[in-house]
Design a protein around this ligand. Structure first.
Ligand SMILES: Nc1nc2c(ncn2[C@@H]2O[C@H](COP(=O)(O)OP(=O)(O)OP(=O)(O)O)[C@@H](O)[C@H]2O)c(=O)[nH]1
Ligand SMILES: [Mg+2]
Length: 212
């Protein structure tokens, strides 16, 4: 069914992934309905919602899929990733468990790696298209006093893995639109250059920067 409000030039499927409780469903509700729930329940199965935005005079409709971080509630993996061209890989900046657990050495910089994020990244690389655009998303950046993952560590990790990176707050609407806008713009660019030599210019910003 389509109507005049549903006209779009491109439809891009974006998936949300990350551990249970990191805020995936609230990121989705903030972006698509401008809503936030303090006591949201764990997602069971799959939900999706859409929102259209304009990029370079084209209407781009984002169809955003959200599933449970908890294994037992998760949807069938291959169906979830099928056709996805973008992903927000979400962790909680207050919980090292959702991001970081083991140590590596990186250019004489001692950094604990993002073990849980790594697990999700491996799943993405196993099941999703190799050209999928991934944004590492450090959510709950409003909780500065409880922060345990630094912006700098995440920047280094994102650069190493070639991921876009932003810190967000679904609670305070920080960088939520910017995160989707950026992923959708890069997808749009990748589509235009698809088949040619293309290098995604990686820009990474911490919580305090609101850029579109
Ligand atoms: N302070 C703060 N709390 C948040 C933020 N985003 C989500 N939360 C809270 O974190 C809890 C979990 O959020 P959800 O959006 O349900 O997390 P989820 O990743 O969808 O979890 P699953 O569905 O179990 O995978 C809720 O109590 C939210 O209110 C945020 O940006 N800041
Ligand atoms: Mg959820």
């Amino acid at each position: 069914m389509s109507n005049e409000h549903d006209d779009y030039d491109y439809l891009f499927k974006i998936v949300l992934i990350g551990d249970s409780g990191v805020g995936k469903s609230n990121i989705l509700s903030r972006f698509t309905r401008n809503e936030f729930s303090v006591e949201s329940k764990s997602t069971i199965g799959v939900e999706f919602a859409t929102r259209s935005i304009e990029i370079e005079k084209k209407v781009v409709k984002a169809q955003i899929w959200d599933t449970a971080g908890q294994e037992r509630y998760r949807a069938i993996t291959s169906a979830y990733y099928r056709g996805a061209v973008g992903a927000l890989l979400v962790y909680d900046v207050t919980k090292k468990g959702t991001a970081i657990t083991k140590e590596i050495k990186l250019i004489s910089y001692s950094l604990e790696t993002f073990a849980d994020v790594e697990k999700w990244l491996a799943e993405l690389r196993d099941h999703a298209d190799s050209k999928i655009v991934i944004m590492l998303t450090g959510n709950k950046c409003d909780l500065q006093h409880l922060r345990s993952v630094t912006t700098q560590d995440a920047e280094i990790y994102a650069a190493k893995e070639d991921l876009l990176f932003l810190e967000t707050s679904a609670l305070n609407s920080v960088n939520i639109d910017a995160a989707f806008q950026k992923v959708l713009s890069v997808i749009h660019e990748v589509k235009r250059f698809y088949g040619g030599i293309f290098h995604v210019f990686i820009e990474q910003f911490g919580c305090s920067v609101h850029r579109h």
